[in-house]
Each structure stands twice: as C-alpha cells, then as structure tokens.
Design a protein around this ligand. Structure first.
Ligand code: FES
Length: 253
C-alpha cells in the first residue's frame, strides 16, 4: 500500500530566519569586555611600568619578573606577550571575536557581513594572516611555564617578612592562579596533546587518566576564559592600588 506523506521533507521547506530580539547584546558585550581587557593590558604592560609590585605581591602581567639592566622598557613586555597571545589564539576566543568584531556571523540566524566576492575569497585559517592562529599550541607551552611561575608568586603572597601570613592580596593572587590554571588546563590543544595521537588508551594508562581529567574540565573552558580574564585584571589592579597607597591590604594574620 502506498504511504501518503502528509508533510514535505524538512529540506524542501524554505526556512525563514528566526528573529532573535536583542541578538546584538552578546556581541556588543564581548566587544566591550575584550576591548576593555586589551586596552587595560596594553596600559599595564607597556604604558605603566611601575607599581606592579607591592611587598610580596607581584602583578600577574609581570610574572616571571625579568629585569635586564640594558632593557629600557617595561619588563612585562618581555613576558606578557606569551600568555596574551595564548589567549588571543584560543579557540574559544576566536569564536567570540569572529562573531563580535568581524560579524562572521554575529549570531545564529543573522547574516554575516561581506560581499559575495569577499566570502568566495575567504580561506579561513589556512592562509595568512589567520593561519598564524595555528601557533596556539606553542603559546600553550609558554603559558604552562608562566602558570608555574604564577604559582610560585601566589605562594610568595602568603609569606610576610619570612613568616606565614594571610592578606586579601594573598587570596586575590591565589584565586587568580587557580582560574588561570583551570583556563590553561582546559585548553583544547592541551587535551589533544595529552590524549591525541594514541591508538591504544589502555597501553598508556597515565596519559589516559590525565586525558580523562582534562576532559572533565574542558567543557567549562569558555567559563574559565572569562573568569580568568577578570581575575588577571583584578589582581593587577589590586597590586597597583596598594602600591599607589590608594588601598591598604587587609591582613587576617
Ligand atoms: S583552546 Fe582556549 S586556551 Fe587553548
């Protein structure tokens, strides 16, 4: 018996774009936050090379602190580029700024910018300059080293005149390094580095266990990306405000 289809197949129906009220709010917020962070990071790293240290507290933009006698510029320039490029080439941030800054596309069901000609010429990340984003894995190696130094700085934040202590700055630096570690260890490149290229997980139990651990935090990478962005600025600002005498560190013991 012939079967009668009462509705046309889905692919034959022209789908009208679904109107999304306030769709522009998310890209606008991303532009404001990423633009604000970039401006602040530039000011802290390049324009204001003083006030980045207060007692046992060191701004994360300046860690590890490299002071060369012949270097007339901010010491942060020697080091901050690596974690900043790690962030700039992050797969999660790429999605965020492609949508928000390049409107490529800005949101679901919203047309992307650009003429048909420019779209036809688009080669994604296989051509210069976007192909440089593939260096992400190398910035990851540098970021892992920087995170190790930040843990040392966070530990130093608990030592006051050779004795164990606790100040609000100790907590600020500790929270920051925890969030940065979560951001770095939830990186897609690191997960691939640990678990990729293996044909047999049971042949490498250590890598498999580590990969499982990374896979648990990896789905939250976007959240850690935003939280750690704010925590870096908060830690730098807190140290600077102490250094400028505007704030007094709250000491618990
Ligand atoms: S994918 Fe975001 S830091 Fe690697």
């Amino acid at each position: 018996m012939a079967v009668q289809h009462t509705s046309a197949p889905a692919h034959s129906v022209a789908q009208a774009p679904i109107a999304q009220p306030l769709w522009w709010l998310q890209p606008l917020t991303v532009v404001a936050v990423l633009g604000g962070f970039s401006g602040y990071a530039f000011w802290s790293v390049v324009v204001a090379p003083s006030g980045y240290e207060f007692g046992n507290y060191l701004s994360p933009f300046y860690s590890p602190l490299i002071q060369l006698g012949f270097w007339p510029f901010s010491p942060a320039i020697l080091i901050a580029g690596f974690p900043l490029l790690f962030r700039a080439t992050c797969y999660y941030y790429r999605k965020a700024y492609y949508r928000s800054f390049f409107w490529d596309p800005p949101s679901c069901a919203i047309a992307e910018l650009g003429s048909a000609k420019s779209k036809a010429a688009y080669r994604g990340e296989s051509r210069f300059p976007l192909v440089l984003l593939n260096f992400h894995r190398f910035f990851l190696y540098a970021a892992l080293v920087v995170v190790a130094f930040l843990w040392v700085d966070a530990a130093r934040g608990f030592i006051f005149d050779g004795r164990l202590g606790l100040g609000l700055g100790s907590i600020v630096l500790l929270v920051n390094v925890v969030l940065l570690t979560a951001y770095t260890f939830s990186c897609h490149s690191l997960r691939h580095l640990v678990g990729g290229g293996l044909d047999c997980f049971s042949c490498s139990r250590a890598r498999y266990s580590f990969w499982q651990m990374l896979s648990r935090i990896n789905p939250n990478h976007g959240m850690f990306a935003w939280f750690s962005l704010f925590s870096v600025v908060a830690a730098d600002l807190y140290v600077r405000l102490l250094s400028a005498g505007i704030l007094t560190d709250l000491r618990f013991f």
